[in-house]
Design a protein around this ligand. Sequence first.
Ligand SMILES: CC(C)(COP(=O)(O)OP(=O)(O)OC[C@H]1O[C@@H](n2cnc3c(N)ncnc32)[C@H](O)[C@@H]1OP(=O)(O)O)[C@@H](O)C(=O)NCCC(=O)NCCS
Length: 286
Amino acid sequence: MNDELPIRPATPDDVPAADAVARDVLFSLPPGVDEAERQRRSHARIAHLMHTDPGGAWVAERADGRVAGVALALVREGIWGFSLFAVAEDVQGRGVGRRLLQACFAYGDGARGHVILSSEKPAAMRLYARLGLDIRPAIAAAGIADLARMPAAVARVEDAGVSGIPLADAIGRRVRGAGHARDLPVALASGASLLTFEDRAFAVAREGNVMLLAALDDEAASIVLWAALEAAGPGRTVRVDFLTAGQDWAVRTCLDAGLALSPDGPMFTGGQLGPMRPYVPSGAYL
Ligand SMILES: CC(C)(COP(=O)(O)OP(=O)(O)OC[C@H]1O[C@@H](n2cnc3c(N)ncnc32)[C@H](O)[C@@H]1OP(=O)(O)O)[C@@H](O)C(=O)NCCC(=O)NCCS
């Protein structure tokens, strides 16, 4: 008997079910965020990517039509990124993930560069390595920031809002190889701040999570990271994920702020990207 679950392109009607599958196997509720708010943000992110990249949005279906898996890829200026990947626990290990990933990867045919932020799941890391991408091991930093060593220049960081998008886009293009202008409005509409420092650095942060950061030099990167930590407010746990080799400026800054380091899922990259440093990638938009 063929018990393969079929996969098909996702439609906007799949957003709630796709989010529910991802929530069950992937997302933990950030402290201080209620489930309704998490859902609103996640639905906005999934709907946005289904709209911008319909060819990179796939779901797996059970026999009764319910969604059992979801995979979302995006292509920005020739760079392919894998944004969301989840298969319901009871059907994992049956090849559903492999087929979803294949469909998303095919969407990126012709892309000059690839980026994936992996979970620590053996199945995920195996699939990504088998694509032929290079592994970049990563660590995360977290804790309550001690701002005593914050440099005075942080006072010159601006909370730029949407007016900072063109600058962030230009810096992202230099550092990642593709700008983030298409995706930043969605992040800002979900309550994130866009912090900019001169014309040298930007960070996107929400409730203590540094969601994306790029800069033209290490000093500016560190200054805008401090600003993101400060913006979390006193006593809130902050997180900086996916710090790969080359982001020593961030490791030093996080240690100066009293944060603790721990292992994180690796990043996988391939092809022609920008220097990818100083850079903290975005889980949703890479
Ligand atoms: C990662 C995930 C999407 C993979 O989906 P899946 O349907 O379970 O994966 P598949 O059955 O297609 O297996 C993929 C590969 O991993 C292997 N694999 C499966 N389970 C494994 C395990 N526990 N340990 C090691 N390898 C495993 C399979 O053999 C297969 O390799 P092969 O194609 O060379 O035989 C799914 O496990 C999941 O949702 N995990 C939780 C969320 C998550 O981590 N998502 C990834 C975010 S980056």
